[in-house]
Design a protein. Structure first.
Length: 223
């Protein structure tokens, strides 16, 4: 169910497949963490990825590393990068910033703390004039543009739940295959899985991990 990318005495980094939950969900379906513990009984969770997201997942093997890594994530000292395919075309040639505060929404969803029509765009990116919600910032840079979609590199600068998915959906460029925040039946967004991949994690001087997205990311951009 998973590939080991890096293994040390302190942690193991795995390649999480799309479509499987890290922990047991309400449906009681098989989850990744139980499978990890079959191979690494001492495994301890450090962070999570959404069910539909693929890519790098770091699992601690000692209590000391778990505590260290958890502090790094909590203090926003971990640099995380994702590759995604989004609907439509985003301006290329520069890094753009999505600065939109978030609030919990209905049925486990999250939303921007304001109205969609209040979102403003400028050369640097997108923002909303609001003092409400939890501050949330995401950087986006275009890697490739196809007929209907864009391949983008994403760096979340804050760690809100579903932040990347909400931000991209609310600026009109939902992640391809995201059935929760997008319009999965549209020609631009329809795909069998969510095309979001954890591609790089930099954790202090402990590790600098990289993972190449599956070929279908490029195929979806070109189609």
């Amino acid at each position: 169910m998973f590939e080991v990318l890096c293994e040390t005495d302190d942690f193991v980094a795995i390649e999480k497949p799309s479509g499987v939950s890290v922990l047991r969900d309400r449906a009681g379906l098989p989850n990744l963490f139980d499978v990890i513990r079959e191979q690494f009984p001492e495994a301890k969770l450090v962070h999570r990825l959404d069910k539909g997201t693929s890519g790098i997942l770091i699992v601690a093997r000692t209590k000391e590393f778990q505590a260290f890594a958890s502090r790094q994530f909590a203090k926003r000292k971990v640099r995380k990068f994702y590759v995604a395919v989004v609907a439509g075309h985003i301006a290329s040639g520069r890094s753009l910033t999505i600065d939109l505060p978030l609030n919990p929404g209905r049925k486990g969803r999250f939303r921007v703390a304001g109205l969609r029509e209040e979102i403003r765009s400028r050369r640097e990116g997108w923002f909303i004039d609001s003092s409400l919600g939890h501050p949330s910032t995401t950087r986006v840079r275009v890697l490739a543009i196809g007929p209907r979609r864009s391949l983008v590199l994403i760096q979340p600068l804050s760690g809100r739940t579903h932040q990347v998915r909400v931000h991209l959906a609310w600026i009109g460029h939902a992640i391809v295959g995201d059935t929760l925040y997008g319009a999965p039946r549209s020609n631009e967004q329809a795909w069998p899985r969510m095309l979001l991949h954890s591609s790089r994690i930099c954790l202090a001087d402990q590790c600098n991990l990289k993972s190449v997205p599956p070929d279908e990311f490029w195929q979806s951009v070109q189609s």
